[in-house]
Write a new protein. Structure first.
Length: 323
């Protein structure tokens, strides 16, 4: 997801080739014959979860992004490692929450349809349910993914785009995954829900050029507000990405970007490209008239990245370990 708050490096040429989205073998209603109530089962669990903790919607949406951008949408983000070398152990992913929710969903599905629904598809469905639970528009989810069996901490560092990325890096990173410039700006809108640690943007407040200065492109009044919340070297405080609306899926974050009040350099960077700037400006002015539909399309595009289908991979019984 554009600017998923992570630490990363520019994608290398080798990854550019492997990361292209294809989506072959996916379709809406893949489980119609084998587990016809699969999405309903997921939704039943998630309604209970979000009733108890709607704040998990943002992290669960990010989890799907972070999974797809590393090795493709094959649930490698969920695997545990006894040596702390899996994707979830990487600095960019330490702030993710909700793994226990995925386990809860998987258990419910295994009870009704054992060995049928992949963890990769669960992530995609849960992400959609997170959007809907926070007021976003329902969209169809293609399913039919199978699970991978490898999870590498180091691969996150060459695939996840950092919050400090400029527009050139963002466009290249999305293009590497088969995603367009429009996908970039649309998916960045996912920052309308959730929170961020101060450490993901504190360089913009205190040491932007290495001279103890703030980012001059950020609204100076907003810098003052953020400094009250985030002290130097603060690693624990959470800040709403869309203040006052961080549990509502809307287009207010786009409005914040146009006012130069985005938390991340990578979101502010959307003002530095004619396509991305035109889109977020238009959505801000027209109340997000097409954003809901656009987000569903871009999520479907992202959900096709390097998927495993057919007889490849496997269906994990427990999402946190291989069979």
């Amino acid at each position: 997801m554009a600017a998923m708050a992570t630490v990363a490096k520019v994608v290398c040429c080798f990854v550019l080739v492997l990361g292209v989205a294809n989506g072959q073998g996916l379709k809406v209603g893949f489980y119609q014959n084998t587990c016809p109530n699969a999405e309903a089962i997921v939704n039943d669990v998630m309604r209970t979860v979000f009733k108890e903790a709607l704040s998990l919607a943002g992290p669960l949406l990010r989890m799907h992004f972070h999974d797809c951008f590393v090795r493709g949408c094959e649930a490698s983000i969920l695997l545990n490692s006894s040596t702390n070398t899996a994707e979830k152990d990487s600095p960019p992913n330490l702030s993710l929450r909700g793994y226990q929710v995925i386990d809860r969903v998987k258990a419910a599905l295994e009870k009704k349809c054992p060995g049928i629904v992949s963890c990769a598809d669960i992530l995609a469905i849960v992400a959609r349910d997170a959007v809907v639970a926070t007021g976003g528009k329902f969209y169809n989810v293609e399913t039919g993914r199978r699970d991978g069996n490898v999870s590498s901490l180091t691969e996150t560092l060459t695939n996840l785009l950092p919050p400090t990325a400029n527009i050139t890096t963002l466009i290249a990173g999305f293009n590497a995954k088969g995603l367009s410039v429009k996908d970039l700006v649309v998916l960045s809108g996912g920052h309308t829900i959730g929170t961020s640690h101060c450490s993901s943007f504190s360089n913009r407040l205190y040491n932007f050029t290495g001279k103890n200065d703030a980012d001059p492109s950020m609204d100076p009044n907003y810098v003052k507000v953020l400094k009250k919340r985030c002290k130097i070297n603060d690693q624990t405080t959470l800040v709403e990405m869309d203040p006052g609306s961080f549990k509502t899926f809307d287009i207010k974050y786009f409005t914040l970007i146009t006012k130069r009040r985005a938390l991340f350099t990578s979101d502010e960077a959307l003002l530095n490209n004619s396509v991305t700037k035109a889109y977020l400006t238009a959505q801000s002015k027209n109340g997000g008239s097409t954003f809901g539909d656009d987000f569903g399309v871009s999520m479907m595009n992202m959900g096709r990245i390097s998927v495993i289908t057919g007889s490849a991979g496997h269906i994990r019984k427990f999402c946190y370990k291989n069979n």
